[in-house]
Design a protein around this ligand. Structure first.
Ligand SMILES: C[S@@+](CC[C@H](N)C(=O)[O-])C[C@H]1O[C@@H](n2cnc3c(N)ncnc32)[C@H](O)[C@@H]1O
Length: 339
């Protein structure tokens, strides 16, 4: 089949023009719904989440998985069913806002920027949220059958554990702050999503011993474990990040893996780009300021390795996003094992 990129320029232009002409009336029909939907979505995401005291950054991550599903980047029926019953997001609101784009993409391939993937090494701030989800899926797929335990500290509303461990022998533990986890479990029940093999452990890393709580919940120090620490360190103080990683290292036996991501110091300080700053300042206003990043201005790999070494860990896999771009990198995903 001929790829769109291979078509002559004039033909590509005409196709795009035709798509825009078809898209406009659909979007016009959606406008009244979009206005109502936006109000409902903002109320639920911002007001209701504050009232319930749950993590706004975790809501945003769930919202991204919803978008990935409808923009054909990653099928995720669990997150859709979850969102429908989730008190802090509006499935109707999301559909009303995005419906015209989704229908146009599905009916005649209208090129939506949302959910668009890029080649490895060409990741930008816009494409990172989606590609990181896919990378963590790959890590989970790689290890799920060889590990005896999986721990997700700061799991938020991510349903990756449900997606990959159903019917498997592996023991799973999810940790997060009490309100966030309570809402997660209540929503899973309302959505009739089976989750009884997952151990949910409420904890605040900043003030409590998550290790004690994990051990009380049945974690076995002698078993091979995968720790998945996705998009959490950005929101913690540097000493808590270090201490948490050191404790994870202590809990690792041979063959255990700690998979995590790091943002750059410039990103955490809001100096990376205007887009990133705008997005992060909303999260900060909702009570979750970015606090931790690694200096990626010079030699990010060496910085990450030396940071992990301080925590008693050795880097085994390292993916730097945006590596091929001519700009300072801001994000990486790393797998590590005990030194
Ligand atoms: C950006 S969300 C990521 C959630 C999930 N890992 C994902 O990828 O969708 C950050 C998560 O870290 C959790 N978190 C932040 N600070 C925490 C703390 N001090 N104790 C426990 N959890 C914390 C938040 O509640 C939130 O669920």
């Amino acid at each position: 089949m001929i790829e769109k990129k291979q078509l002559p320029g004039i033909l590509r232009f005409l196709i795009k023009l035709f798509q825009i002409i078809l898209y406009i009336p659909i979007q016009i029909i959606f406008i009244p719904f979009a206005i109502i939907g936006l109000i409902v979505a903002i109320y639920k995401e911002m007001r209701k989440s504050k009232k319930l005291g749950i993590s706004f950054s975790a809501i945003k991550a769930l919202q991204h998985r919803w978008l990935m599903h409808y923009f054909n980047t990653r099928q995720d029926h669990l997150s859709i069913a979850f969102t429908k019953k989730f008190p802090c997001e509006s499935h109707f609101g999301m559909w009303s806002i995005m419906g015209a784009l989704i229908i146009s993409l599905r009916l005649f391939g209208f090129p939506a920027k949302l959910g668009k993937l890029v080649e490895p090494g060409e990741e930008t701030v816009d494409s990172t949220a989606g590609i990181r989800v896919l990378q963590f899926d790959k890590i989970m797929e790689k290890y799920v059958d060889e590990m005896e335990q999986i721990v997700l500290p700061g799991a938020g509303f991510d349903l990756i554990a449900l997606r990959f461990t159903k019917g498997k022998k592996v023991k799973v533990f999810e940790l997060d702050q009490v309100n966030t986890l309570n809402v997660k479990v209540e929503t899973l029940k309302k959505a009739a999503i089976m989750h009884d093999w997952i151990n949910y452990i409420p904890v605040d890393y900043a003030n409590e011993s998550w290790v004690d709580k994990l051990l009380e919940a049945g974690f076995d120090k002698t078993k091979k474990t995968l720790f998945l620490w996705q998009s959490v360190s950005l929101y913690l103080e540097a000493d808590i990040v270090k201490e948490t990683l050191r404790k994870m290292a202590d809990l690792c036996v041979d063959g255990s893996i700690i998979a995590q991501d790091f943002y750059s110091k410039a990103f955490a300080l809001g100096e990376y780009s205007k887009t990133a700053k705008r997005f992060m300042s909303i999260i900060e206003k909702m009570g979750e300021p970015s606090k931790f990043g690694i200096d990626m201005s010079n030699d990010p790999k060496a910085e990450v390795e030396s940071f992990l070494k301080e925590c008693g860990l050795k880097t085994t896999e390292y993916i730097l996003f945006g590596e091929k771009l001519d700009i300072e990198p801001f994000y990486c995903i790393v797998e590590a094992e005990k030194l």
